[in-house]
Write a protein that binds this ligand. Structure first.
Ligand code: NAG
Ligand code: NAG
Ligand code: NAG
Length: 346
């Protein structure tokens, strides 16, 4: 009887594709990861999640091994999204769909007369709030939009105020934004424009859900928007000028690859300090993730110049370089970084 049961169970497991045995040597690492990120799973769900996590871990280790042999320019690391498959990750988190604006907007075009500095980093000028965490919610568009507004409010008022993504999630649906299932930075700016303001994070905190109704409080106008400016599509030159002249600019990138999900940083080998800049043959121009361009720079090592964008993400400080990525710049609009860039005008 027991034998028959076990056989039946074995058959069921095989049918569901769950036969891959968990690695007992990873028991401690799995428990440590779960407790670090406060993960809990109901009953049977745990084995399936651990299998995904083990698979991700093996891919990360393989990539880092190859990196140490000089095959890649950046390292990967396990993070709080380690229990998601690539498909789940993209479905849950990459909430930006490219489109071009039908609303009236200004167009920021590259100008030959405009000279830009060799490097810009708005973090050093006080324009950028601490890295946030969107959680399991495809609200990147809201984080990208608040980031651009936060920078411009700082420029205007000299005060760095953390702005509310939840306000955008709850209140901009009628403009076509879809809460945790995606949205557009331009439509977030449009909401702030139409609404005549946006609340601060302090009075309208983030919940990583999209089931509550709009609670905008007109007494707390922490930001304004009088117009929307689009950066000439696909032009990294225009994006550079916008970032240099305006402040942090909202951008979208293709963040769908495994390498982007688990991007960590440069190599520990000091001799190759320019490494760590993200570029990948798996990065396309089909953008799906909103981020914030807070600057750009260039590394000069061993007679080689490598230019990069500094992009702020909303996947917590655990991801990337304390929450940021340096993305290859000036190489045919890598990852589509200049394909859908925009900023508000206060
Ligand atoms: C705001 O931007 C203007 C023009 O770019 C600049 O001259 C000014 O110094 C900035 N203000 C602050 C507080 O950074
Ligand atoms: C936004 O505009 C309103 C009305 O014009 C003004 O009272 C408020 O101070 C502005 N807020 C910011 C942050 O610029
Ligand atoms: C690297 O950039 C510097 C400064 O812009 C420049 O002087 C130098 O010629 C560049 N080197 C190469 C190899 O392109």
């Amino acid at each position: 009887m027991l034998g028959a049961m076990a056989m039946l169970l074995g058959l069921l497991l095989a049918l569901l594709g769950c036969t891959a045995a968990l690695d007992p040597a990873l028991e401690e690492a799995w428990e440590g990861w779960k407790s670090l990120h406060a993960k809990e799973y109901p009953g049977e769900a745990e084995a399936a999640r651990r299998e995904v996590w083990e698979k991700n871990l093996r891919r990360i280790q393989q990539h880092n091994l190859e990196e140490s042999q000089g095959q890649h320019a950046f390292r990967l690391a396990m993070n709080h999204y380690g229990d998601l498959t690539d498909e789940e990750f993209n479905q849950l988190l990459n909430g930006f769909t490219p489109m071009w604006q039908e609303e009236p907007a200004l167009l920021f075009q590259p100008s030959v007369a405009l000279k830009t500095p060799a490097q810009v980093d708005w973090r050093a000028k006080g324009y950028v709030t601490p890295v946030k965490n969107q959680g399991h919610c495809g609200s990147c568009w809201a984080f990208s939009a608040t980031g651009a507004l936060e920078g411009l409010v700082f420029n205007r008022t000299g005060k760095l105020v953390v702005l509310s993504e939840q306000n955008l999630i709850d209140c901009s649906r009628k403009l076509g934004n879809n809460g945790c299932h995606g949205g557009y930075m331009t439509r977030a700016f449009q909401y702030v424009h139409d609404n005549g303001g946006l609340n601060s994070e302090h009075i309208y905190p983030y919940m990583a859900t999209d089931t509550s109704s709009c609670r905008y409080d007109p007494r707390d106008r922490a930001a304004n928007c009088s117009a929307i400016s689009l950066v000439a599509q696909g032009s990294e030159a225009a994006l550079e000028q916008a970032v240099a002249a305006v402040g942090p600019v909202s951008v979208a990138v293709d963040a769908s690859s495994f390498y982007f999900h688990f991007y960590k940083s440069g190599t520990v080998l000091l001799l190759m300090a320019w490494m760590g800049i993200f570029s990948s043959m798996f990065c396309s121009q089909r953008v799906n993730h909103g981020m914030l361009a807070v600057g750009y720079g260039m590394s000069q090592e061993h007679g080689r110049n490598v230019s990069y964008w500094i992009l702020k993400n909303s996947w917590s400080e655990v991801w990337g370089e304390q929450g940021y990525i340096r993305l290859l710049k000036g190489a045919d609009n890598h990852c589509g970084v200049a394909s859908q860039a925009s900023f508000p005008v206060l």
